[in-house]
Design a protein around this ligand. Structure first.
Ligand SMILES: [Mg+2]
Length: 169
C-alpha cells in the first residue's frame, strides 16, 4: 500500500494488481481488521461462477488471520449468495455503490470501526468513491477480465481520464 492521499475523492489509498496481491501483513500493520470486497472483476471474473483459487485462498487466509470479511456487490443475481456461501463470508447484494447505504450496512456486519476497515475493488466510481463517501480507505485493483457490463465499460473510459497513467503504478 502506498501513502494515503486523503482529501482526493477519486483517488484510492493504494493500487494492487489483484485481490490476492494485497498484503494481509501490510493491512494488519496498518490497523485494518475489516475488509469489504467487491465481487465482479475483483473476486470473480464478470459473469463467471468460479472463483480463482488464488483469490479464494486469499480470503481463507484473511479469515484465518482474524480479519472480518464482507462482500459488497452491485450485482443482484444468485451468484452473490453462491460465492458468499462458498467462501463462508457474508455478502450484501444490490448494493447500489457508490451510495453509502451498503457500506454502512457492511460496517455493521463486520463490527469494525471505519478507521479499521478498507474497501478493495476494481472500480473507481463505485468501490473507491463509495469508500470515500463513507470515510473508508480503499485499494483499487485491476479488473480480472476486460469483459464488463455495458454501463461499467463507460465508467472505465472515465476512470482512465481521471487516473491517467497512474493506475497500477
Ligand atoms: Mg467490480
Amino acid at each position: 500500500m502506498g501513502r494515503a492521499t486523503s482529501g482526493r475523492v477519486l483517488r484510492p489509498d493504494a493500487f494492487a494488481d489483484r485481490l490476492s496481491s494485497v498484503s494481509l501483513g501490510d493491512l494488519a500493520a496498518r490497523g485494518i481488521a475489516g475488509i469489504i470486497v467487491d465481487l465482479d472483476n475483483t473476486l470473480v471474473g464478470y459473469g463467471r461462477e468460479e472463483l480463482s483459487p488464488a483469490d479464494a485462498a486469499w480470503i481463507a487466509e484473511a479469515l484465518a488471520r482474524g480479519f472480518r470479511v464482507c462482500l459488497v456487490s452491485n450485482n443482484f443475481t444468485g451468484r452473490v449468495e453462491r460465492v458468499s456461501a462458498e467462501l463462508g463470508v457474508p455478502a450484501i447484494p444490490s448494493a447500489l455503490k457508490p451510495l453509502p447505504r451498503a457500506f454502512v450496512q457492511a460496517l455493521r456486519v463486520l463490527g469494525t470501526p471505519k478507521r479499521a476497515t478498507i474497501v478493495v475493488g476494481d472500480q473507481l466510481f463505485t468501490d473507491v468513491l463509495g469508500a470515500k463517501l463513507v470515510g473508508l480507505r480503499s485499494i483499487l485493483t485491476k479488473p480480472l477480465e476486460h469483459r464488463d457490463w455495458l454501463g461499467t465499460r463507460v465508467l472505465r473510459l472515465l476512470e482512465r481520464l481521471v487516473l491517467g497513467a497512474g493506475r497500477g503504478a
